[in-house]
Ligand binder design. Sequence first.
Ligand SMILES: [Zn+2]
Length: 300
Amino acid sequence: MHSPLPYRGRFAPTPSGPLHLGSLLTALASYLQARSAGGVWLLRIDDLDAERCRAEFVDAIQRQLEAHQLHWDEPPRLQSRHAAEYEPAFGRLQAQGLLFPCACTRAQLARDSLPGVDGPVYAGTCRERPPPAERPAWRLRAADGELRLDDAWQGDLRRRLGTDIGDFVVRRADGGIGYQLACVVDEAAQGTTEVVRGADLIGSSFRQMHLQARLGLPMPAYRHLPVLLDGCGRKLSKQNHAQPLVPAAAGDNLLHCLDLLGQAPPALLRGAPPPEVMQWAQAHWNASRVPTGPHLQPGG
Ligand SMILES: [Zn+2]
């Protein structure tokens, strides 16, 4: 028997906009999980997509987290500064003969992809085609088999590699490393022991578990929060114009999230300063009270 690794959790926003209530919900749950385990909480900035990401949002996100008393323990890790670390992982997949070039256009993918439980699944179009002349994307060939994830909040999740996940991109056509591959290298570099994130990322978690197995990397535990919906039943997101978090309302924002997370903060905390709210939250965090299932209704 060896003792379990010390808990290391992380929050990994994409700096394509400021944080909103949905992102605070994830950050807070992951922070409280880490603190209640006496562990470390880290910040990672998923800024590989240069078209969508902006430096001003990296700063804004850090200010928003600090205003909400969510303090990270080590210097933030910006993916864009670690590009060279992703190449050896790509090389190891290639050396195993697991990759093939894909020249499909966006229109072809939209036409050919198959419906899957987590979104469109690549149809395998380029698997047996000779390598195209132009710069291709690279995909990981999906093998047979099933992956299983015992999720504390979503229950027993299973995905078939071939039909539910399919061949997914590990290097984009523009030469940049794929999001899934970058994330598993980051989790290993940061020593993440548990990933807490939204249920909309369950498909990503399975892709990352598959990559970890192929690369022989340690596999963190995963738990997925129900996704916060807006008043129209859509995921609260930057695309749907969710309101940015206002630091001056940090105490109320935290209480709202604690309510949504089933923690039932006492009424006397209304109007309390954020450090007091967080002190209560850390002392009373109970992961088993978090609602289960894929969605959360607002105003709860
Ligand atoms: Zn293709």
